[in-house]
Write a protein that binds this ligand. Structure first.
Ligand code: HEM
Length: 342
């Protein structure tokens, strides 16, 4: 043991001597200086980059799921709370998908006006892609030539002032029918949400498809399934390597089945329009089929695009319209003075 201690002490002395000797060596000194300088430069660069970085601030996130766990049951409230803490531009991660939360007027203007092209495409969602024919519609199509062409068809041929006015009688008739139902209910309570949803659905059906499908239970059921599945959280969209969870919980098969059912329905509608004598009736399907036949817009519009646009009209026009009416009615009921003005 003593021998070992002695040898170790000797070894240490020798080591110290050689190290000191090395340190006195000018080459060695130069090398250490360079190493020190490099580490100082790297440290300064690292911290300077962090300070001046343009990346918006983010709440701490968890591996794999990112900030998903912070959304809670009321995502709008959770996001509002987080943005008070992290500022009007806040970067979150929903799994592997970066999400920029914009919550001030100035920042919204930057995103929607100044840099609108950068943000023009919607994020890819498995569910949207599945239903909206892989982005062959307007809403889910990525920003580019195809989107521009489809958008111009919608704006110029379907949603023009002339078209909107031409369906004035449809809106009036459906509105009268709804008022009649309310009148008939007399003093009994009515479910206004249901009435407004049916009204919107009937108007859009007549405008887009040429007739009402509201009474047909399979159509109603189809729309309910569509609305429900469009709001489902798909794990695979945000954490791609966990996409198998969607398969196990049956989401993939539900999506596939609904996509086929919706496509079958739209195909039937198109077929009815092509087979029947339409007279001078002109709904959205008629207009789109005419554009396709006459190649009047300078580019080819195929059958899938027609079905995708019609589906957009339902997805974009139904929920939005009746939800707005519901809120307006709520505002009117809560402020009786407004009631008088209305
Ligand atoms: C009160 C009712 C409505 C509200 C609040 C509303 C709201 C919106 C919003 C916020 C957008 C996104 C705009 C963007 O990303 O730039 C949008 C897009 C769209 N809406 Fe509406 N909408 C309503 C009614 C309708 C109706 C009645 C239709 C069809 C007849 C419709 C069809 C569309 C389509 C096709 C898009 C996609 C446009 C694109 O991506 O370029 N919407 N809507």
């Amino acid at each position: 043991m003593a021998l070992y201690m002695y040898k170790r002490a000797e070894h240490q002395k020798l080591y110290n001597k050689t190290t000191l000797k090395n340190l006195k060596n000018p080459d060695m000194q130069m090398m250490i200086m360079i190493l020190l300088l490099c580490s100082v430069i790297i440290t300064i660069l690292f911290f300077t980059k962090g300070g001046k970085s343009n990346t918006p601030s983010s709440p701490p996130s968890l591996p794999l799921i990112g900030n998903l766990h912070q959304l809670g049951h009321h995502p709008h409230r959770s996001l509002c709370f987080l943005s008070h803490r992290y500022g009007p531009l806040m970067l979150l991660h929903f799994g592997s998908v970066p999400v920029l939360v914009v919550s001030s007027m100035e920042a919204a203007k930057e995103v929607l006006k100044t840099h609108d092209r950068v943000f023009a495409s919607r994020p890819r969602s498995k569910i949207f892609q599945k239903f909206l024919y892989d982005g062959q519609d307007v809403a889910a199509a990525p920003y580019g030539e195809y989107w521009r062409q489809m958008k111009s068809v919608c704006v110029l041929h379907l949603l023009s002032n002339k078209m909107v006015r031409s369906f004035g009688n449809v809106r009036e008739e459906e509105m009268s029918l709804m008022m009649e139902k309310i009148r008939k209910a007399s003093s009994l309570p009515v479910n206004l949400s249901e009435l407004l949803a049916n009204l919107t659905n009937d108007v859009i059906c007549r405008v887009a498809l040429g007739r009402k499908y509201g009474c047909e239970t399979d159509f109603k059921e189809l729309m309910e399934r569509l609305t429900r599945l469009l709001g489902v959280f798909s794990v695979g969209t945000y954490v791609p390597w966990l996409a198998w969870i969607d398969w196990i919980r049956g989401l993939d098969s539900q999506l596939e089945k609904l996509r086929n059912d919706v496509d079958e329905f739209l195909e039937r509608v198109l077929q009815d329009h092509e087979d029947g004598d339409r007279g001078d009736r002109t709904d959205f399907v008629d207009v789109l089929l005419k554009i396709q036949r006459e190649k009047s817009v300078g580019f080819d519009i195929d059958r899938v695009s027609i079905k995708a646009i019609i589906l957009d009209v339902f997805v974009g026009g139904t929920d939005t319209s009746y939800t707005l009416m519901e809120w307006v009615m709520l505002g009117v009921f809560k402020a009786p003075k407004t009631n008088v003005v209305v």
